[in-house]
Design a protein around this ligand. Structure first.
Ligand SMILES: [Zn+2]
Length: 282
Protein backbone atom coordinates (compact mmCIF):
# COMPACT_ATOMS: atom_id res chain seq x y z
CA UNK A 1 0.00 0.00 0.00
CA UNK A 2 2.89 2.34 0.80
CA UNK A 3 4.14 1.82 -2.73
CA UNK A 4 0.72 2.99 -3.95
CA UNK A 5 1.21 6.38 -2.21
CA UNK A 6 4.62 6.77 -3.76
CA UNK A 7 3.23 6.04 -7.24
CA UNK A 8 0.39 8.47 -6.60
CA UNK A 9 2.37 11.35 -5.16
CA UNK A 10 5.72 11.12 -6.89
CA UNK A 11 4.62 12.32 -10.35
CA UNK A 12 2.65 15.06 -8.63
CA UNK A 13 5.60 16.27 -6.59
CA UNK A 14 7.86 16.17 -9.64
CA UNK A 15 5.63 18.56 -11.59
CA UNK A 16 4.97 20.95 -8.69
CA UNK A 17 6.34 24.32 -9.66
CA UNK A 18 6.85 27.43 -7.63
CA UNK A 19 6.09 31.03 -8.46
CA UNK A 20 6.32 34.36 -6.67
CA UNK A 21 3.39 36.73 -6.26
CA UNK A 22 4.16 40.28 -7.44
CA UNK A 23 4.55 43.05 -4.82
CA UNK A 24 4.07 40.75 -1.80
CA UNK A 25 6.80 38.32 -2.97
CA UNK A 26 4.90 35.35 -1.49
CA UNK A 27 6.01 31.92 -2.74
CA UNK A 28 3.19 30.08 -4.48
CA UNK A 29 2.59 26.47 -5.51
CA UNK A 30 2.02 26.53 -9.25
CA UNK A 31 1.09 23.43 -11.21
CA UNK A 32 -0.73 25.22 -14.02
CA UNK A 33 1.32 26.49 -16.97
CA UNK A 34 0.91 30.07 -18.25
CA UNK A 35 -0.57 28.60 -21.46
CA UNK A 36 -3.18 26.61 -19.51
CA UNK A 37 -3.98 29.68 -17.43
CA UNK A 38 -4.46 31.83 -20.54
CA UNK A 39 -6.68 29.16 -22.10
CA UNK A 40 -8.80 29.10 -18.92
CA UNK A 41 -9.12 32.88 -19.17
CA UNK A 42 -10.25 32.84 -22.80
CA UNK A 43 -12.68 30.01 -22.14
CA UNK A 44 -14.23 31.96 -19.22
CA UNK A 45 -14.40 35.09 -21.39
CA UNK A 46 -16.33 33.28 -24.14
CA UNK A 47 -18.82 31.95 -21.56
CA UNK A 48 -19.33 35.37 -19.98
CA UNK A 49 -19.76 37.18 -23.30
CA UNK A 50 -22.32 34.57 -24.39
CA UNK A 51 -24.66 35.32 -21.48
CA UNK A 52 -23.98 38.90 -20.37
CA UNK A 53 -25.21 42.16 -21.93
CA UNK A 54 -22.48 44.74 -22.55
CA UNK A 55 -23.15 48.38 -21.73
CA UNK A 56 -23.50 50.72 -24.71
CA UNK A 57 -22.83 53.80 -22.56
CA UNK A 58 -19.88 55.28 -24.41
CA UNK A 59 -18.81 57.69 -21.67
CA UNK A 60 -18.90 54.93 -19.06
CA UNK A 61 -16.93 52.54 -21.28
CA UNK A 62 -14.31 55.23 -21.83
CA UNK A 63 -14.13 55.98 -18.11
CA UNK A 64 -13.60 52.32 -17.19
CA UNK A 65 -10.99 51.92 -19.92
CA UNK A 66 -9.13 55.09 -18.83
CA UNK A 67 -8.99 54.00 -15.18
CA UNK A 68 -8.14 50.42 -16.16
CA UNK A 69 -5.29 51.42 -18.46
CA UNK A 70 -3.71 53.57 -15.73
CA UNK A 71 -3.70 50.53 -13.41
CA UNK A 72 -2.57 48.23 -16.25
CA UNK A 73 0.42 50.49 -16.91
CA UNK A 74 1.25 50.42 -13.20
CA UNK A 75 1.56 46.60 -13.35
CA UNK A 76 4.39 46.97 -15.89
CA UNK A 77 2.96 43.93 -17.72
CA UNK A 78 2.29 44.04 -21.43
CA UNK A 79 -0.90 41.98 -21.51
CA UNK A 80 -3.63 42.36 -24.10
CA UNK A 81 -5.63 44.50 -21.64
CA UNK A 82 -9.35 44.77 -22.39
CA UNK A 83 -12.14 46.33 -20.37
CA UNK A 84 -15.79 45.29 -20.59
CA UNK A 85 -18.70 46.99 -18.86
CA UNK A 86 -21.61 44.64 -18.19
CA UNK A 87 -25.08 46.09 -17.84
CA UNK A 88 -26.26 44.65 -14.53
CA UNK A 89 -27.26 47.39 -12.08
CA UNK A 90 -28.08 44.86 -9.33
CA UNK A 91 -24.69 43.14 -9.39
CA UNK A 92 -21.96 45.00 -7.46
CA UNK A 93 -19.12 43.02 -8.90
CA UNK A 94 -15.99 43.10 -11.05
CA UNK A 95 -13.26 40.63 -11.98
CA UNK A 96 -10.18 40.26 -14.13
CA UNK A 97 -9.35 37.10 -16.07
CA UNK A 98 -5.86 35.66 -16.42
CA UNK A 99 -5.58 37.10 -19.94
CA UNK A 100 -5.88 40.67 -18.61
CA UNK A 101 -9.50 41.11 -19.65
CA UNK A 102 -11.42 43.01 -16.99
CA UNK A 103 -15.19 42.95 -16.45
CA UNK A 104 -16.95 45.66 -14.46
CA UNK A 105 -20.66 45.30 -13.63
CA UNK A 106 -22.64 48.52 -13.58
CA UNK A 107 -23.92 47.57 -10.08
CA UNK A 108 -20.56 48.51 -8.58
CA UNK A 109 -20.87 52.13 -9.72
CA UNK A 110 -23.22 53.15 -6.92
CA UNK A 111 -20.60 52.17 -4.33
CA UNK A 112 -17.69 53.96 -5.99
CA UNK A 113 -18.10 57.68 -5.50
CA UNK A 114 -15.15 58.73 -7.64
CA UNK A 115 -12.55 57.33 -10.03
CA UNK A 116 -10.13 56.50 -7.20
CA UNK A 117 -12.78 54.29 -5.54
CA UNK A 118 -13.52 52.59 -8.86
CA UNK A 119 -9.76 52.15 -9.25
CA UNK A 120 -9.79 50.44 -5.81
CA UNK A 121 -12.04 47.66 -7.10
CA UNK A 122 -10.34 47.36 -10.48
CA UNK A 123 -6.84 47.30 -8.97
CA UNK A 124 -7.98 44.63 -6.46
CA UNK A 125 -9.28 42.47 -9.33
CA UNK A 126 -6.18 43.06 -11.46
CA UNK A 127 -4.19 42.13 -8.33
CA UNK A 128 -5.88 38.70 -8.28
CA UNK A 129 -5.04 38.23 -11.98
CA UNK A 130 -1.38 39.25 -11.91
CA UNK A 131 -0.83 37.09 -8.81
CA UNK A 132 -2.31 34.17 -10.82
CA UNK A 133 -4.74 33.35 -8.01
CA UNK A 134 -7.03 31.19 -10.16
CA UNK A 135 -4.12 29.07 -11.38
CA UNK A 136 -2.88 28.83 -7.79
CA UNK A 137 -6.30 27.73 -6.54
CA UNK A 138 -6.42 25.04 -9.24
CA UNK A 139 -2.91 23.96 -8.22
CA UNK A 140 -3.89 23.85 -4.55
CA UNK A 141 -7.00 21.79 -5.38
CA UNK A 142 -4.79 19.30 -7.24
CA UNK A 143 -2.47 18.97 -4.24
CA UNK A 144 -5.24 18.75 -1.62
CA UNK A 145 -7.19 16.23 -3.74
CA UNK A 146 -4.12 14.05 -4.04
CA UNK A 147 -3.51 14.33 -0.27
CA UNK A 148 -7.19 13.59 0.45
CA UNK A 149 -7.07 10.53 -1.80
CA UNK A 150 -3.99 9.28 0.00
CA UNK A 151 -5.65 9.93 3.39
CA UNK A 152 -8.86 8.20 2.25
CA UNK A 153 -6.90 5.10 1.24
CA UNK A 154 -5.12 5.17 4.60
CA UNK A 155 -8.46 5.41 6.47
CA UNK A 156 -9.95 2.51 4.51
CA UNK A 157 -6.85 0.47 5.19
CA UNK A 158 -6.53 1.19 8.91
CA UNK A 159 -10.09 1.78 10.16
CA UNK A 160 -12.18 -1.40 10.20
CA UNK A 161 -15.73 -0.21 11.05
CA UNK A 162 -17.57 1.42 8.12
CA UNK A 163 -19.29 3.83 10.54
CA UNK A 164 -15.95 5.05 11.83
CA UNK A 165 -14.62 5.25 8.28
CA UNK A 166 -17.51 7.59 7.37
CA UNK A 167 -16.83 9.76 10.45
CA UNK A 168 -13.14 10.04 9.59
CA UNK A 169 -13.95 10.90 5.96
CA UNK A 170 -16.41 13.62 7.04
CA UNK A 171 -13.85 15.06 9.45
CA UNK A 172 -11.25 14.96 6.69
CA UNK A 173 -13.52 16.95 4.34
CA UNK A 174 -14.44 19.52 7.01
CA UNK A 175 -10.81 19.79 8.13
CA UNK A 176 -9.64 20.40 4.56
CA UNK A 177 -12.28 23.09 4.11
CA UNK A 178 -11.70 24.92 7.42
CA UNK A 179 -7.98 24.29 7.56
CA UNK A 180 -6.88 24.78 3.95
CA UNK A 181 -9.48 26.07 1.48
CA UNK A 182 -11.03 28.93 3.48
CA UNK A 183 -7.84 30.38 5.00
CA UNK A 184 -6.23 30.16 1.56
CA UNK A 185 -9.08 32.10 -0.06
CA UNK A 186 -8.93 34.72 2.70
CA UNK A 187 -5.18 35.04 2.21
CA UNK A 188 -5.70 35.62 -1.53
CA UNK A 189 -8.28 38.31 -0.80
CA UNK A 190 -5.85 40.07 1.54
CA UNK A 191 -3.10 39.75 -1.04
CA UNK A 192 -5.32 41.23 -3.79
CA UNK A 193 -6.05 44.15 -1.40
CA UNK A 194 -2.31 44.61 -0.80
CA UNK A 195 -1.35 44.46 -4.50
CA UNK A 196 -4.36 46.57 -5.50
CA UNK A 197 -3.49 49.31 -3.00
CA UNK A 198 0.07 49.64 -4.33
CA UNK A 199 -1.09 49.51 -7.95
CA UNK A 200 -3.67 52.25 -7.47
CA UNK A 201 -1.06 54.42 -5.71
CA UNK A 202 1.40 53.85 -8.55
CA UNK A 203 -1.37 54.70 -11.03
CA UNK A 204 -1.80 58.02 -9.18
CA UNK A 205 -5.11 57.27 -7.49
CA UNK A 206 -5.15 58.39 -3.84
CA UNK A 207 -4.82 55.10 -1.89
CA UNK A 208 -6.76 56.59 1.06
CA UNK A 209 -9.89 56.30 -1.08
CA UNK A 210 -9.56 52.48 -0.82
CA UNK A 211 -10.44 52.63 2.89
CA UNK A 212 -13.46 54.84 2.21
CA UNK A 213 -14.65 52.47 -0.52
CA UNK A 214 -14.30 49.22 1.48
CA UNK A 215 -15.86 50.82 4.58
CA UNK A 216 -18.90 51.87 2.57
CA UNK A 217 -19.04 48.54 0.75
CA UNK A 218 -18.92 46.64 4.07
CA UNK A 219 -21.75 48.71 5.54
CA UNK A 220 -24.08 47.61 2.73
CA UNK A 221 -23.38 43.92 3.09
CA UNK A 222 -23.44 41.34 5.81
CA UNK A 223 -20.28 40.99 7.82
CA UNK A 224 -18.85 37.53 7.18
CA UNK A 225 -17.53 35.54 10.16
CA UNK A 226 -13.91 35.23 9.11
CA UNK A 227 -13.49 31.66 10.37
CA UNK A 228 -16.21 30.32 8.03
CA UNK A 229 -15.70 32.75 5.19
CA UNK A 230 -13.66 32.92 2.03
CA UNK A 231 -13.26 36.65 2.74
CA UNK A 232 -11.49 38.46 5.56
CA UNK A 233 -13.84 40.44 7.79
CA UNK A 234 -14.08 44.10 6.83
CA UNK A 235 -12.39 45.01 10.15
CA UNK A 236 -9.38 42.88 9.18
CA UNK A 237 -9.44 44.28 5.65
CA UNK A 238 -9.45 47.91 6.84
CA UNK A 239 -6.78 47.18 9.48
CA UNK A 240 -4.49 45.74 6.80
CA UNK A 241 -5.07 48.70 4.47
CA UNK A 242 -4.26 51.13 7.30
CA UNK A 243 -1.09 49.23 8.07
CA UNK A 244 0.00 49.36 4.41
CA UNK A 245 -1.05 52.98 3.92
CA UNK A 246 2.31 54.68 4.72
CA UNK A 247 3.98 52.52 2.06
CA UNK A 248 1.18 53.22 -0.46
CA UNK A 249 1.31 56.97 0.23
CA UNK A 250 5.06 56.94 -0.31
CA UNK A 251 4.55 55.35 -3.76
CA UNK A 252 1.73 57.81 -4.48
CA UNK A 253 3.84 60.85 -3.53
CA UNK A 254 6.92 59.64 -5.35
CA UNK A 255 5.04 59.06 -8.60
CA UNK A 256 4.55 62.80 -9.23
CA UNK A 257 0.80 62.33 -8.93
CA UNK A 258 -0.17 65.81 -7.74
CA UNK A 259 0.31 67.23 -11.22
CA UNK A 260 -1.55 64.40 -12.93
CA UNK A 261 -4.56 64.57 -10.61
CA UNK A 262 -4.71 68.35 -10.83
CA UNK A 263 -4.83 68.20 -14.62
CA UNK A 264 -7.32 65.32 -14.96
CA UNK A 265 -9.63 66.21 -12.02
CA UNK A 266 -10.44 62.56 -11.51
CA UNK A 267 -13.09 62.83 -8.80
CA UNK A 268 -16.59 62.57 -10.12
CA UNK A 269 -18.99 62.27 -7.17
CA UNK A 270 -21.96 60.02 -7.72
CA UNK A 271 -25.05 59.77 -5.54
CA UNK A 272 -24.98 56.81 -3.17
CA UNK A 273 -27.99 54.49 -3.21
CA UNK A 274 -29.06 51.84 -0.75
CA UNK A 275 -29.71 48.68 -2.69
CA UNK A 276 -28.63 45.50 -0.89
CA UNK A 277 -25.45 43.74 -1.87
CA UNK A 278 -25.84 40.67 -3.98
CA UNK A 279 -22.74 38.92 -5.26
CA UNK A 280 -19.93 40.81 -3.62
CA UNK A 281 -16.69 41.83 -5.21
CA UNK A 282 -14.19 39.04 -4.92
ZN1 LIG B 1 -11.06 39.61 -4.35
Amino acid sequence: MKRFFVYLLLPLLLIVGCAKAPITGRTQIMMVSPQQEQAMGFQAEREILKKEKLSKDRALNERIRRIGMRIARATGLKLDWKFYVIEKPDVPNAFCLANGHVFVYTGILKYAQNDAQLATVMAHEIGHAIAHHVAEQVSMAMVTNAAAMAAAVAIQHNVKSSGEQAAYMAALGLGANLGVVLPYSRMMESEADHIGLMLMAKACYDPREAIKFWEKFAKKGKEPIAYFSTHPSSRQRIAQLKELMPQALKIYRESGCENLNASTASSQPRPATHSPLGAAVR
